[in-house]
Design a protein around this ligand. Structure first.
Ligand code: GDP
Length: 366
């Protein structure tokens, strides 16, 4: 299961957001047996209206959404790369996630102490990126030492020494690797070193609940957006962790009305999860029947056997074909059988790339 880590300076609303996310979107752990259960890890469901629609048509007993793991990674302070705060332990946790959600405090409030003395999300962002970059710098330097010591042939090295030199040059200036426009082959080499700044980052602007309706006009959010204009590799989401937490006390109809009164279609938690999906280049396919309707997560470009392997490795090994139906066709005809009669069911082979939203049944040898 893919993991996203909540990272930020102290007092920016990480725990509030983590609790809101895991409470409102908590997925039944029993459906995801390979996940670790830890107080700082939550398995959260990915909201998808298509799933509900399919379950209704199939009259499924059970509905299982796609899910991602969210990890609350406390402890980043200025100097973390030099061992301040939780230092290495904290950085180790970030190494394990697939995407980093950087929480930026965009709410004032005199009663809530902020670590740097005043609220400045861009300064916070700078501290965070510098710490992550310096941690990578030290990883790269160690790798350099190894290369020099072994004096091995170029082909034997984990990463090309000239690439190490280039990465080290930028990281030393606090510039994260994902901002360098490296070609995919270079990026893949660097990823072998479990670096932090090769991971995709989403900026989460945490605003005061009373200022949520201001959206991008909020002056603190505006600062972040101005920053993004000159650093266009970031995506962002605006939410209020406090409001997300309050929403958990409402039933779904009250929640919908409340969000509507704020001019919002989806809750901040839903927007966040959708952005993580996009950030990681993820896609969904469905399986559906009277027993259960389920959403499965794959990567953009995954072929049919790879998608089959997400359900079970035996499906991938013994893959014969995938019977595929577009979501709209399933909804229109109401079943695989009727869609087949109408000639809408496609039988696809091992090179077929599964499209987002398809309903799939796999044929396989056991
Ligand atoms: P952490 O240290 O980053 O985990 O921060 P916490 O989640 O503990 O929040 C720090 C303080 O900020 C708490 O007093 C929260 O109630 C407050 N806080 C967090 N999110 C919001 C928000 O969206 N609006 C307001 N007004 N306060 C918030």
């Amino acid at each position: 299961m893919l993991k996203a880590g909540l990272v930020g300076l102290p007092n920016v609303g990480k725990s509030t957001l983590f609790n809101a996310l895991t409470k409102s979107k908590k997925a039944e752990a029993a459906n995801y047996p390979f996940c670790t259960i830890d107080p700082n890890i939550g398995i959260i469901a990915v909201a998808d209206k298509r799933l509900e629609e399919l379950a209704k048509i199939s009259k499924s007993i059970k509905t299982i959404p796609a899910a991602i793991e969210i990890v609350d990674i406390a402890g980043l302070v200025k100097g973390a790369s030099q061992g301040e705060g939780l230092g290495n332990q904290f950085l180790g946790h970030i190494r394990e996630v697939d995407a980093i959600l950087l929480i930026l405090r965009c709410f004032e409030g005199t009663e809530v102490h902020h670590i740097t003395g005043r609220v400045d999300p861009v300064k916070d962002l700078d501290i965070l990126l510098t710490e992550l970059s310096l941690a990578d710098y030290s990883t790269i330097e160690k790798q350099f030492e190894k290369v020099k010591k072994s004096a091995s042939a170029k082909g034997k090295n984990l990463v090309d020494p000239s690439l190490l030199e280039k990465a080290s040059h930028f990281l030393g200036k606090g510039i994260p690797l994902f901002s360098l426009n490296l070609d995919p082959q270079e990026m893949n080499q660097l990823k072998r070193l479990s670096l932090l700044t090769t991971k995709p980052i989403l900026l989460v602007c945490n605003v005061d609940e009373n200022e949520l309706s201001l959206g991008e006009k909020n002056p603190l959010v505006h600062k972040v957006i101005d920053y993004i204009k000159t650093h266009p590799f970031y995506d962002y989401v605006i939410l209020s962790a406090q409001l997300e937490s309050d929403l958990n006390d409402l039933d779904s109809e009250e929640k919908r009305e409340y969000l509507q009164s704020l001019g919002l279609k989806d809750s901040g938690c839903d927007q966040l999860v959708q952005k993580v999906y996009k950030l990681l280049g993820l896609r969904t396919f469905f399986t559906t029947g009277p027993k259960e309707t389920r959403a499965w997560t794959i990567h953009a470009g995954d072929t049919a056997p790879k998608a089959a392997g997400v359900i079970h490795s035996d499906f991938e090994r013994g893959f014969i074909a995938a019977e595929c139906l577009r979501f709209e066709d399933f909804v229109f005809f109401g079943s695989f059988a009727k869609a087949k009669e109408a000639g809408k069911l496609r039988i696809e082979g091992k090179d077929y790339v599964i499209a987002d939203g398809e309903i799939v049944e796999f044929r396989f040898n056991v």
